[in-house]
Unconditional design. Structure first.
Length: 274
């Protein structure tokens, strides 16, 4: 499999250009204000998000870290329009996401969001190629021949060129994760939300996937939010945020965190969510 970290930008063709990620005057592409999410009723309530506010920018890949149960996945779901907050607002591309009617919000997600879930969420009856083709034909209205060409190119890039016609039941966990990642990125989304995208991968493939996400941000101007526990991801991202007990805080710059991790490899280790 080709090393993505060594591939020139032109090798990974994203097609559509986005906002320039280093424009100092560009506002946030995604903004959450006062986000609160509570689960349960009465005395048996859990506050997963406690008045969380943050801004994410086009052209950046941001890593959200924290221990299990800290609210990371809940925040990702609220920001991406999958889980309604009890309070607060989310603005994506200047649009109030939770003020939209449900069908409009679904159409907005389809047009602008890509998702990488821990559980893969692949269609059991579709081959790896069909999983990606469907996103292009349904999500972007691309003709079948072009959709097949783009799907095959992406799967080859992910080291799955010989697995095009296999269904999820015939793929390993790591292969299914790479199909899910290809499906999220194939339509060149303005936003990509990745929940533990490297959890099922060895580090060789994990690093390549993170480089692919970084390319989507830096070369295409996408906004990438990664939820993860693996401190080895840190050198590949632009910002690192920390979450604990539903509260978000800023972390040190990635280079400082990487140095700290090299000195004490256990300092940033969290057990993966189950």
């Amino acid at each position: 499999m080709a090393e993505l970290a060594q591939l020139p930008a032109s090798t990974i063709s994203w097609g559509r250009s986005r906002m320039v990620h280093d424009d100092p005057n560009a506002g946030p592409s995604l903004k959450g204000t006062g986000l609160t999410r509570i689960f349960g009723d009465g005395e048996a309530t859990t506050t997963a998000l406690a008045d969380v506010s943050l801004e994410l920018y086009a052209g950046q890949i941001v890593l959200l870290m924290g221990p299990s149960g800290s609210g990371k996945s809940t925040l990702l779901a609220v920001l991406s329009g999958l889980l309604t907050p009890n309070a607060g607002k989310v603005y994506a591309l200047g649009k109030d996401l939770w003020a939209m009617p449900e069908r409009q919000r679904e159409a907005f997600r389809l047009a602008h969001f890509g998702f990488i879930f821990q559980g893969y969420n692949l269609f059991p009856a579709l081959t790896a190629r069909q999983q990606l083709e469907m996103m292009l034909r349904w999500g972007r209205g691309i003709a079948s021949r072009e959709a097949r060409y783009k799907a095959d190119k992406m799967l080859d890039l992910l080291g799955l060129g010989k697995k095009l016609n296999l269904r999820p039941s015939e793929l390993s966990g790591g292969e299914k994760q790479r199909v899910a990642i290809g499906r999220a990125l194939i339509k060149e989304p303005a936003f990509c939300f990745a929940d533990e995208p490297t959890s099922a991968l060895d580090w060789k493939h994990g690093e390549q996937v993170i480089e692919l996400l970084r390319t989507a941000a830096h070369d295409c101007g996408a906004t990438i939010l990664v939820v993860g526990h693996d401190a080895r991801i840190i050198p590949h991202v632009d910002r690192v945020l920390h979450m604990e007990d539903g509260v978000l805080s800023k972390f040190a710059p990635p280079m400082e965190l990487s140095a700290a991790h090299r000195e004490d490899p256990g300092s940033l280790h969290y057990e993966p969510d189950v």
